[in-house]
Design a protein around this ligand. Structure first.
Ligand code: ADP
Ligand code: ZN
Length: 520
C-alpha cells in the first residue's frame, strides 16, 4: 500500500451527489472526509443522525482498495449493508449468518469490494490479518469506537484486540466513529487505537428544538398523564423495567384516552413488530418502552420523550431524548427522577467489578450533576460533550422557570480552596473530612489538620456540600482527575476570587436530612 494523492474536491462532490444523492456535506462531515482522503487517522464524535456512515462510505467509494468496517452488531452491519448496496456501493459482510462467504472472499481478493463489514472478534483473528494482506486496504473504519474504552459505557474486550491488526497496516488510515464519548473516553479511544490527539473532530451536539426539563417524581402517573395531555403528537415514555412498562401503558391508556402501547424485550417478536409499526404510522400514539425501543427507528415527528426514572448516563439520556423532534419542530424531553433511582444505581455500582467502578461512578455523578444543576440544562449537556455553549439557552426548565436556588458561593469557595490546598488529588470524602474537621489517620498523616480550611464548614453548610460538589462538577469548576480525585477547572479561580457566583438548587429535604447520600 503506497499513499496516493487525494482525489480533487470536484470528484468528491460529484461522488457525494452521484452515489448518495446529497447536494452537500452536513456539519463536520467534510472535515472528516477530508482527513480520511488525505490518509490521516481520525476520531469523529458525531451524534446519532449526524451522518457518520457517509464519512467512511464516501472515501470507500473514492479510494482505491477496500474499506474494512469494524462493527459490533450483526443487525447493524446488515442495515448498513442494505443501504450501501441500495446506493450501488460494492459492499459485503462476513458474519456467522452470511451464506455467501465464498463470493465475498473472491470479490475481496479480486479488489472488487468497496466495503467489507466485520465484527471485532473476527477482525482480531490472525486469519483475517492474512486475508487483508491479499489485497489493498483503503481505510479501517471502527464504528461504535467507544467500545474500545473501559471509560465508555459499552466496553467490549474484542475491540481491544484490534490494535495489532491496525498496526500490521501502518499506511492504512484509521477512522474511529462514535456518537457518545465524554472527555476521558475520547482520550482513551485515541490512545487505544493509536490516533494522534489532533485527529479528534467533534460535531455539534445541540438539538435546539428540544426543550429539556427535569423534575423529581411526585405522583408519577399523574405527571406522565399531564405530559401526554399537554403534548399532542407521538411520544415515547422510557420506563426502567418491563413490569413498569406494562403497568404504565395500561394505566395511561385508561386515563388519557390516547392510544398507548407497551414495548419491551419480553414481548413476543410479532407483538413488538406490530407495536413498533403502529407507532411509526401514528400521529398521536404514546409508546411506553424500555430502552430496547428506539434503536434504528426513524420517526421524525416524535413530539416528546419522557423518562419515568433516571437514564443510565448522560450519553443514554442524550441518545434517548434525541429521538424527539428529528424533524426540527419544537419537542419536549422531560425526565421524572426519584431518589430511589440513585439508590438503586449506587447499589448496582457496588456489584460492578473494580476496574469499571470508577468510570461507572463518574457516569452516575455526571448524571446527578445534570439533574441537580440550577444552570442551563443544555449548557451542562453540551459541556459534557466537550462543547463551549452559551451560559443560557432559553429553552430548558432552568432557563424558563425559576427554581429554588440558594447562593452557595461562600461554601463553594471553601470547597474549592480545600481542593486547591490539598493538592487537587483527593476525592470528596477526604475533602469533606478536612472541611468538617475530622481527624482520621489520613488527615493527620498529610497534615491536613494544619490547613486554614480545616474544620471551616458551618453546621448548616454540611448537608448541602454533596449537592454543591455535583453542581460544581456539572458546571466544570471541579473536574475529576484520572484517579478519582477532584481538581480545579473552568471558572474555579473566578469563584475563588468572588468574580463568579454559585447558585445551586436546594437539595430535597430527604437528602439534607441524611447527610452523605446522593439521594433518598
Ligand atoms: P449516524 O450513523 O451518524 O446516526 P447516518 O449515517 O445513519 O447517521 O445518517 C443519518 C441520516 O442522515 C441518513 O438518513 C442519511 O442518509 C442522512 N445524511 C447523511 N449525510 C447527509 C448529507 N450530507 N446530506 C443529507 N442527508 C445526509
Ligand atoms: Zn437552558
Amino acid at each position: 500500500n503506497t499513499p496516493a494523492l487525494p482525489p480533487p474536491a470536484e470528484r468528491v462532490r460529484e461522488a457525494l451527489q452521484a452515489t448518495f444523492g446529497f447536494s452537500g456535506f452536513r456539519g463536520v462531515q467534510d472535515q472528516v472526509v477530508d482527513r480520511v482522503l488525505q490518509g490521516q487517522s481520525t476520531l469523529a464524535v458525531m451524534p446519532t443522525g449526524a451522518g457518520k456512515s457517509l464519512t467512511y462510505q464516501l472515501p470507500a467509494v473514492l479510494l482505491e482498495g477496500t474499506c474494512v468496517v469494524v462493527s459490533p452488531l450483526i443487525a447493524l452491519m446488515h442495515d448498513q449493508l442494505r443501504s450501501a448496496r441500495a446506493n450501488g456501493i460494492r459492499a459485503a459482510t462476513l458474519t456467522s449468518v452470511d451464506a455467501d462467504w465464498r463470493e465475498t472472499l473472491d470479490a475481496f481478493r479480486a479488489g472488487q469490494l468497496d466495503l467489507l463489514y466485520i465484527a471485532p472478534e473476527r477482525a482480531s483473528q490472525s486469519a483475517f490479518r492474512d486475508l487483508l494482506s491479499s489485497t489493498r486496504i483503503s481505510l479501517f473504519a471502527i464504528d461504535e469506537a467507544h467500545c474500545v474504552s473501559e471509560w465508555g459505557h459499552d466496553f467490549r474486550s474484542d475491540y481491544r484486540k484490534l490494535r495489532p491488526l491496525l498496526d500490521a497496516f501502518p499506511q492504512v488510515p484509521r477512522l474511529a466513529l462514535t456518537a457518545t464519548a465524554d472527555h476521558h473516553t475520547r482520550k482513551d479511544i485515541l490512545k487505544q487505537l493509536g490516533i494522534n490527539d489532533d485527529g479528534l473532530i467533534i460535531a455539534g451536539f445541540d438539538r435546539p428544538n428540544i426543550r429539556y426539563a427535569i423534575r423529581s417524581q411526585s405522583g408519577l402517573d399523574q405527571q406522565l398523564q399531564s405530559v401526554i395531555e399537554e403534548t399532542p403528537g407521538a411520544g415515547i415514555i422510557y420506563a426502567p423495567s418491563r413490569a413498569k412498562v406494562e403497568q404504565l401503558a395500561e394505566k395511561l391508556a385508561k386515563t388519557t384516552g390516547r392510544p398507548v402501547l407497551p414495548y419491551h424485550a419480553g414481548l413476543p417478536a410479532e407483538v413488538r413488530a406490530s407495536n413498533q409499526a403502529a407507532f411509526i404510522a401514528s400521529e398521536d400514539m404514546v409508546m411506553v418502552a424500555t430502552i430496547a425501543f428506539g434503536m434504528g427507528i426513524d420517526k421524525p415527528d416524535v413530539r416528546f420523550v419522557a423518562h419515568a426514572g433516571i437514564p443510565k448516563s448522560i450519553e443514554g439520556y442524550y441518545q434517548e431524548t434525541g429521538r424527539a423532534g428529528r424533524d426540527g419542530e419544537p419537542s419536549l424531553a422531560i425526565m421524572f427522577w426519584s431518589g430511589q433511582d440513585f439508590a438503586r444505581a449506587r447499589m448496582r455500582l457496588a456489584e460492578v467489578d473494580e476496574a469499571r467502578q470508577q468510570s461507572e461512578r463518574q457516569r452516575l455523578e455526571s448524571l446527578a450533576g445534570l439533574i441537580e444543576t440550577a444552570d442551563c440544562r443544555r449548557a451542562v449537556l453540551l459541556r459534557h460533550f466537550g462543547e463551549d455553549p452559551p451560559a443560557k439557552c432559553g429553552n430548558c426548565d432552568t432557563c424558563l422557570e425559576p427554581v429554588d436556588v440558594i447562593d452557595a458561593t461562600t461554601l463553594a469557595q471553601k470547597l474549592l480552596s480545600a481542593v486547591y490546598r490539598t493538592g487537587q488529588t483527593y476525592g470528596l470524602g477526604h475533602l469533606e473530612k478536612v472541611l468538617t474537621g475530622v481527624t482520621d489517620d489520613r488527615v493527620l498523616q498529610r497534615g491536613h489538620d494544619q490547613l486554614s480550611v480545616f474544620g471551616i464548614l458551618r453546621e448548616e453548610e454540611k448537608p448541602i456540600l454533596k449537592a454543591l460538589a455535583r453542581a460544581l462538577q456539572a458546571r466544570g469548576s471541579l473536574v475529576p482527575t484520572e484517579h478519582g480525585g477532584l481538581a480545579l477547572g473552568g471558572d474555579a479561580r473566578e469563584i475563588l476570587k468572588k468574580e463568579a457566583a454559585v447558585m445551586i438548587v436546594r437539595p430535597p429535604r430527604k437528602e439534607r436530612g441524611r447527610r452523605g447520600r446522593a439521594a433518598d
